[in-house]
Design a protein around this ligand. Sequence first.
Ligand code: FRU
Length: 508
Amino acid sequence: MKEKLIEARQYEKKHLHDADQDRPRFHLTPATGWCNDPNGFSVYKGEYHLFYQYYPYDVVWGPMHWGHAKTKDFIIWEYLPAVLAPEDTFDDYGCFSGSAMELDDDFDITLFFEDENIENDDSYRHLIIYTGCYEGERTKAEGISYQQQCIAIGDGVDYIKIDKNPVVGAELVPEGNSIIDFRDPKIWKEEDTYYMIVANRLPDESGGVLLYQSENILDWEYVAQIECSENIYGHVWECPDLFSLDGKYIMISSPQEMKGDGKEFYDGYSNLALVGDYDKEKKRYHRESVQTLDYGTDFYAPQSLKSVDGRRIMIGWMQNWDAKDYKMTGKRFFGEMTMARELSVKNGRVCQTPVRELENYHGMHYNYSSVLISQEERTFQGVEGTYYDMRVRAHLIQSGKNDFTISLRRKDDSAFTLRYDSMIQQLVADRSQAGIPQDYVCERYFPALPTAQNHLDLRIIVDRYSVEIFVNEGESVASFLIHTEGEEITFSATDPTIMDIDFYELKR
Ligand code: FRU
């Protein structure tokens, strides 16, 4: 193990518990210091591993390491030591995002190494592929770093970078495309071939998704550009993902520099899902629709895996580069992941619900059926707190007549409010009074269409610093960071509205 990784491991061991009293209850935070994207979300020996973009030494982005945690149920995470540090010629500027997969038992890892005496150690079956950013002497002076794809293999705790890194460098980037924006490989195996998609900036500045293939994970060839942003949906599509789900192929990405359309997308760092088909023969993705995955202020760079029981589970960074400078004072960590979510396709849309394992953490239950909500604010005994899973069904009558407001984490003047504007059939989430001291983006509108039975079903997951809202079984979803201390929940409506409230405390 090299110096910088040893140093990072020693540092995090010393500081791991400094942050404990400040952590959320159910959302993963970095062991210490800063985290951004989830990385290498994968199943290894029956457990779920999640790595993350990590700078252990401060609560700001710095030379990227990979932090590491694992879980059996996507809710309770166990910290493991950091696995990658930026200390080799091919990644001296940072070990950027990437993915991971479990190697077959008969995979021969000796081909990754120069040393002919190396053994094919069968405990090393977890493969990481990440972007090594490197700066040569000349590029350092120019203030740029180049990006190439690199490999490390491990046993679930310790990982070694292979001798033959990088495995995909500038020579495999199509002529004219950027070698500065060439990152975030997502790897998978199909029959006997390995594939990966990589984000890239094309000559016209638009974001392309490039496909590579290999028979042995070491020697790769460029195959095709399977999708691109066309400069309509932002530019570089960071952290692309591609998988089949419910008879469709879904492509997920996080576009930089999105130009909002006042409807589906907001400006800045964004996220999107394409629903469509992938022609494996022609190596071409055919999109049928484009949607936002999460309308909140805090969601970026998600990754997904197929769980042992066949579910497609996704987790994202519950933050956004646009708001990264807001820090809670005095905390030893910055950044957290969203709740892991199960994905499905319904009526041509990617829908999300919190992983079903969350229900194992339900504590006290309070149920209020058919309660009348009117202009006077109401509270309900037991319906309050900092950690909960609350379902609210609003029985709608007629558009323009069902505007209601639910305030969460409320105390004195501070609260997070969720208002339903029935005329435009949108929810308006507002965190401007939710403890954020800067004038960051605080308000978001997102679709909330009545169901066929004229209901609006909301599921609201609240943890110490976050609210995640799932509308109508996750047809639309929005995630927000908040920093209020309050626990009160109030309900009011401009016109009388009947609601059913199911409140579950969340405890561990
Ligand atoms: C996305 C991203 C990735 C990159 C990483 C660097 O948030 O910009 O494209 O690999 O973060 O930390």
